[in-house]
Every structure is written in structure tokens, then in C-alpha cells.
Design a protein around this ligand. Structure first.
Ligand SMILES: NC(=O)c1ccc[n+]([C@@H]2O[C@H](COP(=O)([O-])OP(=O)(O)OC[C@H]3O[C@@H](n4cnc5c(N)ncnc54)[C@H](O)[C@@H]3O)[C@@H](O)[C@H]2O)c1
Length: 369
């Protein structure tokens, strides 16, 4: 779709390619002309964005479990990727309560397996590890978490993400130190701490927007568990172009960017869950909600400060909360109206995004060569 981009013919590995963000990332990088190998478990949702975008036919995909080191080692040794985006993860908070050991093994051991395989192979130039804004130790309400705030985690998912941050930092210090870059190693590592993202095509359970869509499609009342919890949201393409830009900077030997980065929302605003549900119903055109009790702990308010990414990376989200939500609901409406047209519609949304972002350096640098 785009010619002569700076990702053209670059060898990329995406772990977690069968998930929501991984599918979008593969879709975008394929349009940018990259040579992609994807890794992950078979899609776990039905419908699945991975299948809808026909990615099993468009890119090379290897199914496997990241808890087995051999799996990831074989892929790296065979395909020799220059850039890796690591998204494979047990990514749901509620699931992490049900199965903490699986969450820790996948998120922590999986990342260690990947780092070890990279260390042994010596072909990877750029690694972007996706963690979460939930990696911070919770402080008082309204605290805006910066990259140098303490890490923590009161439930297994958050704890696993903060552990990944610490582990990557230790590898960056011990084996991929920027002072030894291009002497004893050629790899730059960064982590991306993103807020929740929305966009069309997510059908994961126990996530606010997919749960709402399922109810709306089945004409059921939407149950809201934490109506007054506040969440920042980022449109999926905004988040992914942040990762793609970071991957590009590391690939191009900008060692000052080999660190951790917050990727937060457009205006740093957090929106009440109840308000988000009301907006979804209004964009959808009909629907109802009711509040229900929940025993499960969830952080009431989360705010991260993304000034470092705005200033240093010169990355910037293109869509406000309402614009991003509108794009998201438009996607689902299109899907339920005419599934055959959804590939083209996803491409149209991508083109619109790139057009909107085209005056900004991070997009110019990715697209133009
Ligand atoms: N979606 C969000 O709002 C959000 C917000 C912040 C951070 N994140 C992080 O971004 C990344 C991607 O999120 P997502 O929404 O696409 O998640 P997802 O659940 O849709 O996809 C997870 C991917 O990881 C793979 N995976 C899970 N366990 C695996 C295992 N044992 N071995 C190999 N692969 C395995 C799955 O097959 C899938 O491809 C995750 O690290 C997640 O924690 C997501």
C-alpha cells in the first residue's frame, strides 16, 4: 500500500501476533512492506481479528507456546529478525486471578526465553517489549505515573508486567548495555507502557468495549462493574505507531531511546467507565446499561504521564478519546453489517490515520524513505 517505507523488506518478528494488537501490528507492517514472521497461540476468540484480516495467509505464522524456550529460539535462529515486537502475554486482569501461575509463566518466563534467545542469536537490532501502565506501584488518587515511579502490582497481571520491566532492565544493564553497543552486542531494548487501547476487532472477554459490543449485538443490557473507575484510553493505531516508531529508532542505532516509555492518551484524560458506556450506546444508536456489584479488585484511577514520549520521541496520539471511540464503534458497526467489507474498511481507517498524522515527523520518517 505504501512504497519505499523505512520498514520495507525489514525482517520483523511479532510475538502475540494472533491477538488484538498483534493482528493490527502485522496488518500495518505488512502494508509498510515488512517481511513478517508472527508467533503466538492459535486465535482464542471467535470472531478473531487475526482471521478476519486473513493474516494466516498474508504473513508467515508459527503457532507455539512462548513458555517453551525452544519454540522462540528456533524462530529467531531460522528467520533472523532485525526487529522484534514482543506482545505475547496473558493479557487479562481477571484471567490472572483465575490462573496466576500461567500468567506469571507466560509473561515472565516467556520474556526471559525471548531475551535469552536474542542474546544467543546476535541478529536482533531492535526489541520493543510491550508491558502496561498497570506496572506502577499504586500511589494516591490522581498521581500521574512517570517512568521513574516505583514499580509494583497488587494483582498477578500487574505484578507480571512490573516484573517484566525489571527483567528487561536487568538484561539491558547486564547484557545489552548501551555503553557496549556495537562492541560486544548490537541490540537495543525498550519497553512500552501503554494505557488501555480500543479499536475495532477486539473480542477478548472482560474488556469493557468488547463486552459492551457483545451485549449490544445480542440486544442485552450492558452490566457495568466499576461505574466510577476512571480509565485513560488510546486508539489502537496511536498506540501501535508509537511502538513502530520506537522500533524504527532503535533499528537506526539511536541508543538514547533504549529505555522505558509511557504511551498515554491524547489529552491525558481519564474517563469514567459509566461515561464510556454511555458514549458507546450513543455511537451505536441504541442500548441500555445497569450497574452490578463486583468483588474483583481493580485500580480505581490510573493516570500516566507521557510527556517523555511527547517531547523526546516526538510521538503524539492523533485521536482524542471521543474520536478514537467513534472509529472503534464505526468498525464494529461495519463488521456486523457486512463482514466481507471489513478488510477494506480496516485499510480505510489506516489510511485516514496516516493522512491525519502525515505532517508529524514520526509518521514522515516511517512512511517516507
Ligand atoms: N489491549 C490493551 O488494552 C492493552 C493495554 C496495555 C498493554 N497491553 C499489552 O499489549 C500486549 C498485546 O495485548 P492484546 O490486547 O493484543 O492481547 P491479546 O490477549 O489479544 O493477545 C495476546 C497474544 O499473546 C499470545 N499468547 C498468550 N499466551 C501465550 C503463550 N503462552 N505462548 C505464546 N503466545 C501466547 C496470544 O496467542 C495472543 O497472540 C500484551 O502484552 C498486553 O498485556 C494491552
Amino acid at each position: 500500500m505504501f512504497f519505499n517505507t523505512n520498514y520495507k523488506d525489514k525482517k520483523i518478528l511479532i510475538t502475540g501476533v494472533t491477538g488484538f494488537k498483534g493482528s493490527y501490528l502485522a496488518f500495518i507492517l505488512q502494508k509498510l512492506g515488512a517481511e513478517i514472521v508472527g508467533f503466538g497461540l492459535k486465535p482464542s476468540t471467535n470472531p478473531s481479528l487475526f482471521e478476519i484480516l486473513d493474516l494466516q495467509k498474508r504473513i508467515e505464522v508459527i503457532y507455539g507456546d512462548i513458555r517453551e524456550k525452544q519454540n522462540i529460539q528456533n524462530i529467531i535462529n531460522t528467520h533472523k529478525p532485525e526487529v522484534i515486537f514482543h506482545l505475547a502475554s496473558q493479557s487479562l486482569v481477571i484471567e490472572s486471578y483465575k490462573n496466576p501461575s500461567y500468567t506469571f509463566e507466560t509473561n515472565i518466563n516467556g520474556t526471559i526465553n525471548l531475551l535469552e534467545a536474542i542474546k544467543e542469536a546476535n541478529c536482533v537490532k531492535s526489541l520493543v517489549v510491550i508491558t502496561s501502565d498497570k506496572c506502577y506501584k499504586i500511589k494516591k488518587q490522581n498521581h500521574k505515573y512517570k517512568e521513574n515511579d516505583c514499580l509494583g502490582g497488587l494483582e498477578p497481571y500487574s505484578a507480571s508486567k512490573s516484573a517484566v520491566e525489571i527483567i528487561v532492565d536487568s538484561y539491558r544493564h547486564s547484557f545489552f548495555n548501551i555503553n557496549d553497543y556495537q562492541k560486544s552486542h548490537n541490540t537495543l531494548l525498550a519497553t512500552a507502557r501503554s494505557v488501555n487501547v480500543f479499536g475495532g476487532g477486539d473480542w477478548a472477554s472482560n474488556r469493557l468495549i468488547p463486552d459492551c459490543i457483545k451485549c449490544l449485538v445480542e440486544k442485552k443490557t450492558i452490566p457495568i462493574r466499576h461505574p466510577d473507575s476512571k480509565r485513560p484510553y488510546l486508539f489502537v493505531l496511536d498506540s501501535l505507531f508509537g511502538y513502530i516508531w520506537l522500533g524504527y529508532l532503535l533499528l537506526n542505532k539511536n541508543k538514547e531511546f533504549a529505555k522505558c516509555w509511557n504511551f498515554g492518551s491524547y489529552d491525558n484524560k481519564s474517563i469514567k467507565v459509566k461515561q464510556i458506556v454511555k458514549n458507546i450506546i450513543s455511537f451505536w444508536g441504541e442500548g441500555e446499561y445497569s450497574t452490578v456489584k463486583s468483588e474483583v479488585y481493580e485500580t480505581q484511577t490510573l493516570k500516566i504521564d507521557s510527556k517523555k514520549a511527547f517531547k523526546r520521541l516526538k510521538w503524539k496520539p492523533m485521536y482524542s478519546y471521543k474520536e478514537g471511540l467513534q472509529q472503534t464503534i464505526n468498525w464494529y458497526k461495519k463488521f456486523y453489517e457486512n463482514k466481507n467489507d471489513i478488510y477494506n474498511f480496516t485499510e480505510i481507517q489506516l489510511k485516514e490515520y496516516i493522512k491525519k498524522a502525515s505532517k508529524f515527523k514520526f509518521i514522515k520518517k516511517i512512511i517516507e524513505n
